[in-house]
Design a protein around this ligand. Structure first.
Ligand SMILES: Cc1cc2nc3c(=O)[nH]c(=O)nc-3n(C[C@H](O)[C@H](O)[C@H](O)COP(=O)(O)OP(=O)(O)OC[C@H]3O[C@@H](n4cnc5c(N)ncnc54)[C@H](O)[C@@H]3O)c2cc1C
Length: 474
C-alpha cells in the first residue's frame, strides 16, 4: 500500500449530493479536500439515462428549492438550467376506488372531494374536537393518523403518500421522526386542521409576490420563489456533474474507502481504486463519511462499534424505478399533474407514478409521454427478486389499468434498482441518532453527513452538508 496524497484537511467518503456539497463548500473556503466515490460517476442516487430521445431520472424526479439549494445551484453555475413545472404540474392524484382522484389542495376541496366518504370526512373533522394526546410512548404514523383523523384517511391518503414518497410503511414509521410538524401542530393547537389553517393564514398575510418564475413551456425557465419545485434541463444529474467538474481533480471516482483508522490527531483511510490500480492510504485531519447508513456502519465499526450498531438499525428498503414512454394519445385520462400514488387496496403493485413529461416538457419528444413508475418499498421488498422484464410487465400492466392506456407497448427508456433506497425513520430513530452522536463525540475527526440523519430530500441533504462544511471551515 502506498501513500500518494499529501495530508488533506478533509477527506470526504461518498460522492452523492451530500458529499459533493460538503466538499464543494470546503474547497471554495480554501481547504485541501478530496472526495472518494466508489462508483464511476458522481451523484449517488441522482442519475439520468438519456435514451430513445427521452430523459429518465433515477432517484429524485424533482427538488424543493430551498434557499440553501438555490445558493448551491447558483454557485455551481447551473441556474440557467433550472426548470419549474407548470402550476397544474404539481397536482398529485390518488388511485383509489378504481379511479384517479386529485388530492384536495385546500379545506374547501376537502369537504367536497370524492376521495373520502361522508363518514370518512366527518371522522377526519373530529380532529377539531378530539383532545390532545397527553401521554404515551413514541407513536407510529399509522397510530397517530388513526387517532386524529380515522382509518379512511390513513388508507386513502397517508398510506399511499408514505409508500409513494418515502417507500415506507406507516405502521413502522415514527410520527415524531418522520412528520415532526404534525406532532407539533397537535401539541401547539390541539388539532392538525386548526393548526394547519392558522399557519396557512399567517403565510398568506404578507401577500407579497416574489420574483416571477417562467413556467415550463413559457419561454425562459428560471429560479424564483413562487414555485419551490424544480428539476434540471437535460436531466437531474446535471447538478452533481457540475459540482464534480468544479471539484476537478479533488474528486476520485471508482475509489472505494475500505477502512478507517485513528492516528493520534489524524485519520487514515485505505482507498481501493477500481480497475486494478493499487490501494492507497490517505491521511486527513477530518473524515466526512457521506455514505448510506449501512456503509457508514461498516466504516465506523472498528472505531465505534456501538455507533455502527445504531447505524445498522436504520432500515432502507429497496425501490425500483422504471421509465416508460408511450404515444402521447395513449393514456385515456388527462396527465395534468405531478402523477399519482396508489392506495394499497386497489390491487396494483406500483406504489405510484410520476408524469415526467407533464412536469418537464424536455423529458420526452412532443409526440410521446414519459412516465416513471415506482415499485417496492417497505411493503414490497420482494420486488428485487423480479427480473427486469417482469418489472416492466408489472409497471405496464398497472399503468394500463390506472391511466386507461390502450393496448400499446411502451418504449423502455430506463430502469433503476436501489437496494437501499430511502432511509426510514422507524420507531427508535431519534434514540439511534442520539447514540450515534454520543459515540462519535469523542472522535471529532470523524463527521457524518447523510440522508438518514433527518429529512432524506435532496434539499435537506444539501442543507446538512453545507452546515457541516461551515463547522469544518472555522
Ligand atoms: C428512488 C428514490 C427517489 C427519491 N425521490 C426524491 C425526490 O423526489 N426528491 C428529493 O428531494 N429526494 C428524493 N430522494 C432522496 C434523495 O435523492 C437522497 O436522499 C439523496 O440524493 C441522498 O444523497 P446522499 O449523498 O446522502 O447519498 P447517496 O446518493 O446514496 O450517495 C452516497 C454515495 O456514497 C458512495 N459510497 C458508498 N460507500 C462508499 C465507500 N466505502 N467508499 C466510497 N464511496 C462510497 C455511493 O457509491 C454513493 O455514490 C429519492 C431517493 C430515491 C432512492
Amino acid at each position: 500500500m502506498s501513500t500518494s496524497f499529501a495530508p488533506l484537511d478533509v477527506a470526504v467518503v461518498g460522492g452523492g449530493i451530500s458529499g459533493l456539497t460538503c466538499a464543494f463548500h470546503l474547497k471554495q473556503a480554501g481547504k485541501e479536500v478530496a472526495v472518494f466515490e466508489a462508483q464511476d460517476a458522481p451523484g449517488g442516487c441522482i442519475r439520468s439515462i438519456r435514451a430513445h430521445e427521452c430523459i429518465a431520472d433515477g432517484g429524485p424526479q424533482s427538488f424543493t428549492l430551498t434557499p440553501e439549494l438555490e445558493r448551491l445551484i447558483r454557485e455551481a453555475g447551473v441556474e440557467g438550467s433550472v426548470l419549474a413545472p407548470p402550476a397544474c404540474g404539481l397536482r398529485p392524484y390518488v388511485f383509489v376506488r378504481g379511479r384517479l382522484i386529485a388530492v384536495p389542495s385546500d379545506p374547501a376541496e376537502m369537504l367536497t372531494t370524492p376521495l373520502l366518504s361522508a363518514h370518512g370526512k366527518l371522522r377526519a373533522l373530529a380532529d377539531l374536537v378530539l383532545p390532545r394526546r397527553s401521554a404515551g410512548g413514541e407513536e407510529t404514523v399509522a397510530a397517530f393518523v388513526r387517532r386524529r383523523a380515522g382509518e379512511e384517511i390513513l388508507e386513502r391518503v397517508v398510506t399511499p403518500y408514505v409508500g409513494g414518497i418515502f417507500a415506507g410503511d406507516p405502521e413502522a414509521l415514527s410520527v415524531e421522526a418522520a412528520f415532526p410538524r404534525l406532532v407539533e401542530l397537535e401539541r401547539k393547537h390541539g388539532s392538525i386542521i386548526r393548526g394547519a389553517l392558522g399557519s396557512r393564514w399567517r403565510r398568506q398575510k404578507p401577500a407579497r409576490a416574489g420574483p416571477s418564475v417562467e413556467k415550463e413551456g413559457g419561454g425562459h425557465p428560471g429560479m424564483g420563489r413562487r414555485t419551490p419545485t424544480v428539476a434540471f434541463r437535460g436531466g437531474n444529474d446535471l447538478l452533481p456533474r457540475a459540482l464534480a467538474t468544479r471539484l476537478g481533480p479533488a474528486i476520485r471516482l471508482g475509489a472505494k474507502v475500505r477502512a478507517l483508522w485513528q492516528r493520534g490527531e489524524w485519520m487514515e483511510a485505505a482507498v481501493e481504486a477500481s480497475q486494478g490500480r493499487e490501494r492507497q492510504r490517505i491521511v486527513a485531519r477530518h473524515i466526512v463519511i457521506a455514505t448510506p447508513a449501512a456503509q457508514t456502519a461498516a466504516l465506523v465499526e472498528s472505531l465505534e462499534p456501538a455507533a455502527a450498531e445504531a447505524l445498522r438499525g436504520i432500515p432502507s428498503p429497496p425501490v425500483v424505478q422504471v421509465a416508460l414512454a408511450y404515444p402521447r394519445e395513449a393514456p385515456g385520462v388527462p396527465l395534468d399533474g405531478f402523477g399519482f400514488l396508489a392506495a394499497r387496496t386497489e390491487g396494483v403493485r406500483i406504489l405510484g407514478c410520476v408524469w415526467n413529461s407533464a412536469m418537464f416538457a424536455d423529458r420526452s419528444p412532443a409526440d410521446r409521454v414519459l412516465l416513471t413508475a415506482f415499485l417496492g418499498g417497505a411493503l414490497d421488498p420482494a420486488i428485487m427478486d423480479d427480473d427486469d422484464d417482469e418489472i416492466v410487465r408489472t409497471a405496464h400492466r398497472d399503468l394500463m389499468r390506472v391511466l386507461k392506456i390502450r393496448d400499446v407497448a411502451p418504449v423502455v427508456v430506463g430502469g433503476f434498482r436501489w437496494q437501499e433506497a430511502i432511509p426510514q425513520s422507524t420507531r427508535g430513530h431519534a434514540a439511534r441518532l442520539a447514540t450515534i452522536e454520543r459515540c462519535l463525540r469523542g472522535l471529532p475527526q470523524v463527521r457524518l453527513c447523510g440522508n438518514y440523519l433527518g429529512n432524506p430530500s435532496v434539499a435537506a441533504c444539501v442543507e446538512r452538508a453545507a452546515a457541516l462544511a461551515a463547522t469544518l471551515v472555522q
